[in-house]
Design a protein around this ligand. Structure first.
Ligand SMILES: [Fe+2]
Length: 257
């Protein structure tokens, strides 16, 4: 059995933070990037952590990678994305431009996961079947992983992440909406345990690549969705100029007020 300790939550937001394999915690302005309201509207509830009580569906313990992302909740999320959900996309991209670019020394552009991965950790179940490293699933090795909770993550409804590659020195994420976590999911073993908290955990996660780390010849595909890890498929490009555009828009709004 793994023994893990609660980790200290840090609020480190200075630009250009050194590259690290260990997970790092950051805060963001959750009113400026209001994911909570978007998910509450999507699922028609203010009580996202008891969402499983709203739907008459039960799932056996997920034990096959991929099956864990075929729930009714995933269908609701991805159907909405496929139908066009500009409010979510603009919030997601604003979040990256305002929070992830500064962490990576404000590059001119970043290669980012086009749509984040939706996760739900239902009571009695797993969010992701099996401990793994993302490289096991063909992800490019230079990806940088980020996780952001929509509901509180604590105890067994959270993710457990190795702190040093190959050391099996796991720590568990404890985080709330308004925080996000960076870690090297490509090389650090991670997964979760059956959720015994009685509360569902909803979160999203995504990967980014520095432009110089992008490999246009990477010809492996994701195991679960058979998606190519290429721009126009799994990824899209976000440009730094967006920071200026968002700032100008914000200033214009303030002037009108
Ligand atoms: Fe993963």
């Amino acid at each position: 059995m793994y023994i893990w300790k609660k980790i200290k939550i840090t609020n480190f937001s200075a630009p250009g933070f050194a590259r690290s394999d260990k997970m790092q915690y950051y805060n963001y302005d959750k009113e400026e990037c209001d994911f909570t309201s978007l998910f509450e509207a999507l699922f028609s509830t203010k009580n996202l952590d008891t969402i499983s009580e709203m739907y008459d569906v039960k799932y056996e313990r997920f034990n096959i990678p991929g099956r864990d992302s075929e729930t009714l909740y995933h269908k609701i999320f991805y159907d909405k994305m496929r139908s066009g959900w500009p409010e979510f996309i603009s919030t997601y991209e604003k979040f990256i431009v305002k929070n992830i670019f500064p962490l990576l020394r404000n590059p001119s552009k970043l290669i980012v996961q086009k749509w984040p991965s939706f996760r739900i950790h239902l009571p009695g179940n797993l969010a992701v079947a099996g401990f793994h490293r993302d490289c096991d699933y063909n992800h490019p090795e230079k990806e940088i992983n980020f996780i952001s909770p929509i509901t509180k993550r604590y105890e067994s409804n959270s993710t457990i992440i190795e702190q040093n590659i190959g050391k099996l020195d796991f720590e568990q994420i404890t985080a709330e909406p308004g925080q996000f976590i960076r870690f090297n999911g490509n090389k650090l073993l991670h997964g979760n345990l059956p959720n015994t908290t009685g509360k569902s955990r909803i979160s999203f996660d995504f990967r980014v690549l520095r432009k110089e780390d992008y490999d246009a010849s990477h010809n492996k595909t994701s195991l679960s969705k058979n998606s190519k890890f290429l721009i126009g498929h799994y990824y899209k490009i976000l440009k730094r100029e967006w920071i200026m555009q968002i700032t100008i828009s914000f200033v214009q709004c303030m002037v009108k007020v």
